[in-house]
Design a protein around this ligand. Structure first.
Ligand code: DAH
Length: 348
């Protein structure tokens, strides 16, 4: 265009408006801008040609050109906004989260089989109406020994058995039995409690021992508790742990805090060298001196008690032959016990 030509300019503007209708991407919009709105575009160039017009035509031509520019610019901005919105909507659509889709969360760990067993044991005892109690792991010698009728020279108090603290009269509890005393003092009698917990003995870690292990203590004190109650509760507890076929027997033994005292054995068909009895824990009728130590009248009340090793229970139930498996915390070991893994005891 070497001279100002209004009809040609009108055609260019119409063509530009039509072109904008078909532009859907920002690249094409950029090309459009160069073609129709840059310094080299026909419209801008024709603006410069106005000065070649006769003086009386210039004002009208100037108005026309700025009107054309405005029309194109307006439509251009509209199109730019539409493209931007389309891009945003597309992105929102792609990034939206469907909360109904199945998730793919990575399992980071596995609960320790002992924690699972403790839950199982607590469920069992609460299901028969007992409550769960606990006590401190650093314990007064009086609770751990004296109140349980241990004589001052009892060998269990020896350094090779017990971890003494630097505080006088405080030990790492060697069993869960001191909670019998604490619970009777705080709750009184009658009482029916189970006490799962950690205990400590100065043993080296080997295939069958660990200096830190777990027990569950049981205590029932009421006006009419006798040996057949002890036999009954241990028999159903064993069935809960090992399956409904489990058989138990109580064999005479000695503990300072029970009279009579016994060891509870469970029959294992799969025992090495043929079926046989395997010791599971200690038990007995609460010694009258223990009841006296907490101010309970032994002529009116009697009680049963037992203490069972939890590592021992797991080892027997799952044929685990090395204690290291239970203390090393290898997730591949623990994972075998989570749902779908090794089955727990059948329900009694
Ligand atoms: N406290 C005993 C131990 O650790 C186990 C035990 C035996 C607990 C007889 C009892 C019981 O309650 O009556 O070896």
């Amino acid at each position: 265009m070497s001279s100002f030509n209004i009809s040609q300019l009108t055609r260019v503007v119409n063509e530009a408006i039509l072109a904008l209708d078909n532009i859907k991407t920002s690249e094409n919009l950029k090309k459009f801008k160069i073609k129709y709105l840059s310094a080299n575009s026909q419209i801008v160039k024709s603006g410069k040609l106005i000065s070649t017009l006769p003086a009386d035509k210039r004002a009208e031509a100037g108005q026309k050109v700025s009107q054309f520019k405005e029309t194109i610019l307006h439509k251009y901005l509209e199109t730019a906004e539409k493209i931007e919105n389309d891009i945003l909507n597309q992105r929102l659509k792609n990034e939206s989260i469907d909360i109904t889709l199945p998730f793919n969360r990575r399992v980071l760990g596995a609960r320790h089989p002992l924690s699972e067993l403790i839950d199982e044991i607590e469920d069992f005892f609460t299901s028969i109406g007992w409550s769960i109690s606990d006590g401190p792991e650093i314990e007064a010698e009086w609770f751990n020994f004296d109140a349980l009728n241990f004589t001052p020279d009892h060998p269990a108090r020896a350094m090779q058995d017990t971890f003494y603290t630097t505080q006088p009269n405080l030990v790492m509890r060697t069993h869960t039995s001191p909670v019998q005393i604490r619970a009777m003092l705080s709750q009184g009698v009658p009482i029916y409690i189970a006490v799962p917990g950690k205990v400590f003995r100065s043993d080296e870690l080997d295939a069958t021992h660990s200096p830190v292990f777990h027990q569950v203590e049981g205590l029932a004190v009421d006006t009419n508790i006798n040996l057949s109650d002890l036999k009954g509760i241990l028999s159903i507890f064993a069935k809960k742990m090992f399956g409904s076929q489990a058989k138990t027997r109580i064999r005479p033994s000695y503990f300072p805090f029970t009279e009579p005292s016994g060891e509870i054995d469970v029959w294992f068909e799969a025992k090495k060298g043929g079926g046989g009895w395997i010791e599971w824990g200690g038990c007995g009728m609460v010694h009258p001196n223990v009841l006296r130590s907490v101010g309970v009248n032994p002529d009116k009340y009697s009680g049963l008690a037992f203490g069972i090793g939890l590592e021992r229970t797991l080892n027997l139930r799952h044929s685990i032959t090395d204690m290291h498996n239970l203390v090393e915390g290898d997730i591949r070991f623990a994972k075998q016990f989570i749902q779908g893994g090794i089955k727990g005891g059948a329900s009694a």
